[in-house]
Design a protein around this ligand. Structure first.
Ligand SMILES: CC(C)(COP(=O)(O)OP(=O)(O)OC[C@H]1O[C@@H](n2cnc3c(N)ncnc32)[C@H](O)[C@@H]1OP(=O)(O)O)[C@@H](O)C(=O)NCCC(=O)NCCS
Length: 165
């Protein structure tokens, strides 16, 4: 049986030099029609407040083996209102799932937004049990249903987490 907790995971901040790796990871994590291109990642990373992360397992290669990705975008709040952070995408390649890496990568990506006490939002397909389980365990709650958001018969759940509550 695979160990429940990974021994370790490293994190690399993603910049435009990483778009080919991000594209390959996204293709491995999502169905072909939903996979983001390198050009799309380049555009996303260029938007203000966007932070990307590549998750690596330490290995013989100098930088380890890339096994997951996460992009988040923070927006400032008005006046004294705390800002908001949106999880744009999260994925762990299939061979490395169910070993705690998804939770570790997400926790790392949310460290700064949580420190800033931003409200964290995400959309997830209503029948995506692994992702919903992960988000529930990290303190997210369903706040809205978006029928047909991903196409006919494919609803989205809007989930939110307010750090400190
Ligand atoms: C969602 C995803 C990132 C989870 O990554 P992971 O590395 O398998 O997640 P973890 O091992 O950290 O598991 C996190 C929690 O989810 C639960 N979980 C993982 N796989 C599960 C499954 N197949 N069914 C039910 N729950 C599952 C685990 O029980 C775990 O909870 P626990 O720590 O309390 O036991 C991964 O399944 C994935 O990349 N899916 C495809 C892309 C995707 O759907 N991304 C989310 C889009 S919003």
């Amino acid at each position: 049986m695979l160990p429940k907790q990974p021994k370790a995971m490293d994190f690399q901040s993603a910049n435009p030099a990483h778009v080919a790796i991000l594209e390959a990871l996204h293709q491995a994590c999502f169905p072909p029609k939903e996979a983001w291109s390198a050009a799309f990642f380049k555009g996303q990373l260029a938007l203000p407040g966007t932070q990307g992360w590549v998750g690596l397992v330490p290995g013989p290669a100098r930088e380890g083996e890339p096994i997951g990705l996460c992009l988040v975008r923070s927006q400032p709040g008005f006046g004294s209102e705390p800002g908001e952070c949106e999880i744009l995408t999260l994925g762990i390649v299939p061979a490395w799932r169910s070993r705690g890496h998804g939770g570790k990568l997400l926790a790392h990506a949310l460290k700064e937004p949580m420190r800033r006490r931003e409200r964290i939002l995400l959309e997830v397909e209503a029948d995506n049990l692994p992702a919903k389980t992960l988000y529930h365990h990290m303190g997210f709650r369903e706040v809205a249903l978006r029928p047909g958001y991903y196409g006919q018969g494919r609803d989205a759940l809007l989930m939110a987490c307010q750090p400190g509550t």
